[in-house]
Design a protein around this ligand. Sequence first.
Ligand code: UDP
Ligand code: MG
Length: 309
Amino acid sequence: MDKITLIIPCYNEEEALPYTYKALLDIAGTMNYVEFEFLLVNNCSEDNTLNIMKKYSQEDSRFRYISFSRNFGKEASMYAGLKHSTGDFTAIIDADLQDPPELLPQMYKSVKEEGFDCAAAYRKNRKGEPFFRSLFAEWFYKLMSRISDCNIMNGARDFRLMSRKVVDAIVSLEESERFSKGIFGWVGFKTKWIPFENIERVAGKTKQGFTSAFTYAFRGIIAFSTKPLLISSVLGVIVSFLAVLFTVFVVTKQIITGEAVPGYPSLVCILLFGFGFTFSLLGIIGQYLAQIYLEIKSRPKYIISEKSE
Ligand code: UDP
Ligand code: MG
C-alpha cells in the first residue's frame, strides 16, 4: 500500500483546524486504498493550535506534529514538512480548507497512473479576493514567466501532490530565502495542472495581507531572476545618453545665442529624477546583496522546539 504524507502548515489556526481535521478524516476514509500520514507544522502559533495538534496526535497515530521555536513563515513550514515527510507521495495543503482535499484522489491518480511526477492545483478565478490583489497577482505571474526560468501558472497554489523524487529535488535546494512557487517550477518534472473554483477560508483570518503578498512576490522576482539588474543597467545607459544630448544642447545654445538656458525649475526636475532613479537602481542592487548576505550566513531555515514521537 502506498503512503501519502499530507503537510499542513498552521499558524493561529485554532478556528479552522477542527473543520480541516474532519475533512482530512473524510478523505482518508474515501481513499482507503492508501495509507496516510498527516504532518501538522505549527509555526509558533499564539493561540491554541499546538494543543489541538497534540490532541489529534494522541487520538490518531496517523497525525504527527512539528512545532517551531518562533514564526519562521509558511515557506519554512513547508520545507520542514518536506524534510520530515516519510510517504511515497507527499502533498502540501493549507489548514483553512482553501485547498479542497477532494482533489486528492485525482491528484494521486495522475501521479500514480498517468505518468506525472506531480499534480498541482490552481484557481480558475479569484472570486471573493480584493480587485487590486488579483490584478497585481496577474501582473506578477506574467512578469515572472517573462523574466525567469520558472513558469508559474496564474492562480497556482502551494497545494500539490508530488512523488518522492520531486520531494527530494525540492529539499536539495537549500536556499534560505525560499520562494516555493518558483522552486516547484525550477526543479521541473512533469506536472499535471488541476483547476478549481476559488474557495474562501473556512474560519479564522488570513495571515497574508496585501503588503506581505507584495513583498513575497518581490522577493520571488529577486530570487529567480537577475533580469532586474540588466534592466537597471540598460536604463542607466539610456538616461546617461539623454543627459549627454541635453548637455550638448545647452552648450550649443550658449555658444550660438550667448545666453544661458534659463531654467531653474527644469534643473530641479532633472536633479530629482536623476537622484530618484539612482536610488531605485541602488535599491535593486541592494536587494540582491541582501539575498547574498542572508544565504552566506546559512542559518537554519527553522528551529524545532518540540515534535511528536
Ligand atoms: N501559515 C503558516 N505560517 C505563517 C503564515 C501562514 O504556516 O507564518 C499557514 C496558514 O496557517 C495556512 C497557510 O499557511 O495554513 C496559508 O495562509 P493564509 O490562509 O493565511 O494565506 P492565504 O491563503 O490568505 O494566502
Ligand atoms: Mg488561506
